[in-house]
Design a protein around this ligand. Sequence first.
Ligand code: T1G
Length: 700
Amino acid sequence: MTLSTPLTSTSCTDGPVRLVATAPVALIEIDNPPVNATSQAVRAGLLDAIQEIERNPQIQAAVIACAGRTFVAGADIREFGQPPREPHLPDVVNAIEACSKPVVAAVQGTALGGGCEIALACHGRVLDPGAQFGLPEVKLGLVPGAGGTQRLPRLVGLEAAMDLVSSGRSVKADEALRLGLADRISGDDLRGDAMAFARELVGRPLRRLGELSAAGMDPEAAARKVADIRRKARGAEAPGRAAELVLLAAELPLAEGMARERETFLELRSSDQAAALRHAFFAEREVTRVPGIEGVEPRPVQKIGIVGAGTMGSGIAVAFADAGFDVKVVETDAQALAAGRARIADVYERQVASGRLAEAVRDERLTAVSYDVGLAGLADRDLVIEAVFEDMEVKRTLFRDLDRIVRPGAVLATNTSYLDVGAIAQATSRPADVVGLHFFSPANVMKLVEIVRTDATAADVVATGLAVAKRLRKIPVVCRVCEGFVGNRILTRYRQQAEYLLEEGALPHEVDAAMEAFGFPMGPFAVSDLAGLDISWARRKRLAPTRDPRERYVDVADRLCEAGRFGRKTGAGWYRYEGGRREPDPFVTELIEDASRRRGLTRHPVSVEEIQARIRAAIVNEACKILDERIVERPLDIDVVMMHGYGYPAWRGGPLFEADRVGLKAILDKVNERAGRDGPGWEPAEGLVSRAASGGRFYS
Ligand code: T1G
């Protein structure tokens, strides 16, 4: 039945919000692809629609639904760089809640940020079984700005709300039902179920979350929780601020709480951290658009072969099985294969034991993986990835064999961390089909994959790497060949500079503390102990014959390895490990002091600021050289690698985004301070010199 009383506002019939006027329950449909973000036009249309609902006597209730794959996924992030325009989202959500007639949200996909806040302002919420709710604003350096920190705790309590708002994590439909965030889970007719629920609410007292009161929390417990959230945020401002706002829900009426929330939102919206996190958000999407590859058709890939079932090979196998590929893992002998199979099974068992994976899904994933001894079984594969011992001759021999066995047209990939992919490709008769797919350990967890293209790699093979990364839900960065590609090349410089600081007066735990205060999850020496000192030791020994004698080489790590101290796995490395705790070790201090003496250096205290400035300059300078050499096309490629592969704090935006903020002249001054003292390779990058001289930036 349609309305006999005409709509009074045309914005309800055109634009991104349409009032599908049916009585007695009207349907408000938001249609703003790709994710129904609340642009200014959506906010205006939604407000008009609610006012129409209120005005029109024939409409007794309404449902807010979204076209496309998801309910509103938040405010339009692209608008954040501009002054806010009315109507502001808080006014819109307050109008929804104040409506005298029932308004029900029909939620599919991901109701995030402003979308979640719109749903919270509704008098009822019906979710598609696959729907999720979330307030991820802190991941953008913000706090919710339209009542999320005030309505959510009134519904789920302060503690649960603090967790959700400060972590930004999403809750699935079943948890949302348990928390009371969802009133119903729909069948296969979400809109129909939501309209039926809205009809039921007609004539009943409406439940407005803003009118509820949030039970208080013990002040000391609250303070402890905020402190814990701040500590875990490692320098990011928003999580702590969001948690503090949630606590206000127990102290202030809704309007005052929302006013404080809005004030904080507007303050953080113009902050450096929010700008950096917005940059990070868009950069990790932009990296998939590779100049010269866009529009190139990838090769079809479903059958995967993995050679080597060690830590990396088994992790890669799990990543592909998780993404629904047909995976075949091969090893040289039955014993190694059995060990790999056990590793893969163990990954899934741990997920089932922790409740993160259903047993049926585990069984499905394990069934997707088959095993074989030898290479013959790889003949029919679409993509073969090797994860064997990091040695050029071993890899070249393997690729010669793969070339002979694997079907024509298949993509042959190496997971090498450092080696020249071009040299490996030249071992085959089809170098155009060869590419590097450098995964990061644990390969089924880490999002980053470096796609290493040689001069011979075909464009559709690069496109295939990008398409496979997308299916794996990984973040791909395409780069060309150099020692260590992007991340490991920069990491090498990072570690060298960290070791120079040891010779000059710092100790491992001081450098680690400084870099953890900078925002890295772990400092360089703790990371080395975790990864194993023997791996980089083998690489240094491989490179020893080619090392420039003028290079400032710190041999402390070699001394540790010679003493059998390979890190956590041997109970000692840069630190001593007792009961899982890492402790500074006088044995290491002695080695470092001896290195200082042999270098003729008088040790002196090194400040946190100096440690951070030296290491940041080393990272930026090497990153700029990578850009100058066209190993990557864009600064954002490097920022994404460092954030998603090496824990560079995203609230800094990555090294090059942050270098623009710090100022390239200051960075260059720090680099020049070192040039000549740290040997070859430490001269300033041409691109850094030219940009600093011309007032240029990495980002326009
Ligand atoms: N604004 C603008 N564009 C957005 C967007 C948004 N909120 N979300 C996604 N996009 C674009 C994205 O750039 C990409 O564009 C395309 O949509 C598909 O995204 C007031 C202030 C929703 C889970 O933080 O988490 O609400 O690259 O590739 O993998 O309190 O996008 O195609 O040109 O990511 O299926 C809070 C952010 C905002 C959600 C979908 N909301 N988005 O993932 O697709 S702040 C968020 C996501 C806020 C309120 C506060 C994901 C997704 P292009 P995609 P996906």
